[in-house]
Structure formats: C-alpha cells, structure tokens
Design a protein around this ligand. Sequence first.
Ligand SMILES: CC(C)(COP(=O)(O)OP(=O)(O)OC[C@H]1O[C@@H](n2cnc3c(N)ncnc32)[C@H](O)[C@@H]1OP(=O)(O)O)[C@@H](O)C(=O)NCCC(=O)NCCS
Length: 143
Amino acid sequence: MRVIRATRKHLYSITAMTRHFFPYTGFTFSTIIERMADKSILYFAAEENGHTVGFADVEFHGKQAKILGLAVLQEFRGMEVGTALLKKCLAAAKRRGCSRAVMFVAEDNDAAHSLYSKFGFKKSGVLHRKLWDKKVLVYGRDL
Ligand SMILES: CC(C)(COP(=O)(O)OP(=O)(O)OC[C@H]1O[C@@H](n2cnc3c(N)ncnc32)[C@H](O)[C@@H]1OP(=O)(O)O)[C@@H](O)C(=O)NCCC(=O)NCCS
C-alpha cells in the first residue's frame, strides 16, 4: 500500500467515496477537479495494487489545516490505511507551516474518534450545524 498525491486518475474513486461517505459536502466530479487544482487544498490517495482504496483531503487556511475527508474502503480497513493517510495530511500541514490541524467527526463515529485520539487530537468544540442530523465534534491538535 502507498499513499501519494492524488491525480486525475484517482478522480472517479475519490468522487465515489466522497458521495458515499460525505454526501453532505455536495462535492461532484467537477467540484473535486476544481478542488484538486486549488493550491490551498491537497488530496491524497491510498493505493493497493494500483487500485484506490482510500483518500483524504486537507485544506490550508493560514496557520490552520482542516482535514475534511478521510475514508478507507470497508475491505481495507484495520490495515493502517487511515493511519497512513492521516500521517500524510499532518506532514503536509507541517511543511506548509501550519501550527494546528482540525477535523470534524460525527459524534457516533467510534473508529474515527479512536484514530484521532491515537494521534493526539482532542475535542475542541462542536460544529454549529448538524450533518445527517448528527452532532459533529471538532477535534484539534497543535502541530
Ligand atoms: C475512520 C477510518 C478512516 C479508519 O481507517 P482504517 O484504515 O480502518 O484505520 P487504521 O487501520 O489506520 O486504524 C488506526 C486506528 O483507528 C482506530 N480504529 C480503526 N477502526 C476502528 C474500529 N472499527 N473501531 C474502533 N477503532 C478503530 C483504532 O484506534 C486504530 O488503531 P489500532 O489498530 O491501534 O487499534 C475508516 O473507518 C473509514 O473510512 N470510515 C468511514 C469514513 C469515516 O467515517 N471517516 C472519518 C470521518 S472524517
């Protein structure tokens, strides 16, 4: 497995995963093309035998990095793919001179809470709006 900067060849898989896991973003194929071209956003793809099995996107807002999507296909979970994607996002944020990373997690997403806690993220607030009718917690960590 390897995690690399996503390119257009990953677009279809990233769009499908975004629709499946993060439908509330409303991101479409063309939105994601635009986001990939935006210098303040990075997409990473996790590849296994050439297939895209996970992705993450991170937005840079001054000194703060917002890790938005982080998803791994069901069949490839529990194999450290999420860990590898998160490490790439954090390393990229440090390289860009960010001093803080934040992420948003639905209250009942135990796997994500556990993964972020393992990386030293702490609950720092609650998102002002609900997603999918669920309360969303903001997790943050200094870099
Ligand atoms: C959250 C997610 C990305 C984790 O990916 P993954 O590749 O399975 O994670 P890893 O194998 O790297 O696991 C790392 C840690 O995450 C936590 N974790 C992963 N799966 C878990 C589960 N089913 N239950 C509890 N904790 C879990 C554990 O702390 C684990 O560390 P450990 O193996 O030492 O116990 C994955 O479950 C996913 O894609 N979920 C759907 C999309 C999503 O909810 N994304 C997060 C919202 S921002």
